[in-house]
Design a protein around this ligand. Structure first.
Ligand code: FPP
Length: 224
């Protein structure tokens, strides 16, 4: 059985689910948030230590302003209502990406990270305004600035995922097979599962099916 310490998820298909079921893309994001909560619970049950969720990419700014505002409001309300509960569950929240949101949201994000920084049961990396190419360029720039050697160890150290092991497993829902500028360096040896269901329809049973499949894969890491 493969060890499993880090699951990364591209939560795709909210918009299409919303249009299909409620005639509104935003309704899909709302429903997607319920799936986030279910998957967090299940991740804890499996004693997985790291969960990285792709919530907003650097490319998502191209969406209509109304949808972007809705997403951030949803996140804001979620954190205001739930951070205490997450904290009580010993969950640590870390934002990866560039925090250049409204002053209010930036404050909420910073406070949430600070409040939960010592927690040890599960670390949730929430990728917000995240782009892997930008993260890598930034890492190289800082390595150069600090006059360090370009090495695998140093690149890992200068990425925002420093101290998070590379994902063992990547799941992308929504019936699309691409990486969308997500953790390009960190996913080098991850097992990848593409799931047909839209994120709001994805449930504990689907998650468990993938985790079971993953556990039984022969992982070679280049060996035979
Ligand atoms: C991708 O679906 C999903 C997003 C861009 C947002 C992810 C947000 C959530 C799961 C809910 C909110 C979560 C938090 C943490 C507040 P899409 O809109 O690209 O779907 P589509 O491919 O069908 O258009």
């Amino acid at each position: 059985m493969n060890p499993l310490s880090h699951v990364a998820i591209i939560m795709d298909g909210n918009g299409r689910w919303g249009l299909k079921n409620k005639n509104s893309r935003n309704a899909g994001h709302r429903a997607g948030l319920d799936t986030v909560e279910k998957i967090i619970k299940e991740t804890i049950k499996h004693r997985i230590k790291f969960l990285t969720l792709y919530a907003f990419s650097t490319e998502n700014w191209r969406r209509p302003k109304k949808e972007i505002n809705y997403l951030f409001k949803l996140l804001e309300t979620f954190l205001i209502n739930k951070i205490e509960e997450l904290n009580n569950q010993n969950i640590k929240l870390k934002i990866i990406g560039v925090k250049n949101f409204s002053k209010k949201l930036n404050n909420i994000l910073n406070q949430s990270e600070k409040k939960t920084s010592k927690n040890t049961k599960l670390q949730i990396n929430l990728a917000l305004n995240y782009g892997s190419k930008f993260e890598l360029i930034n890492a190289f720039k800082n390595i150069k600035k600090d006059k360090k050697k370009i090495s695998e160890k140093n690149i890992n150290r200068y990425l925002q995922t420093y101290k998070t092991p590379d994902p063992d497993l990547l799941i992308r829902t929504g019936n699309t097979k691409r990486l969308s500028n997500f953790l390009l360096w960190q996913l080098a040896y991850s097992e990848i599962f593409f799931e047909k269901k839209f994120w709001p329809d994805f449930n504990q049973k689907d998650y468990n099916r993938i985790l079971n499949k993953y556990r039984n894969i022969k992982r070679n890491f280049g060996k035979i």
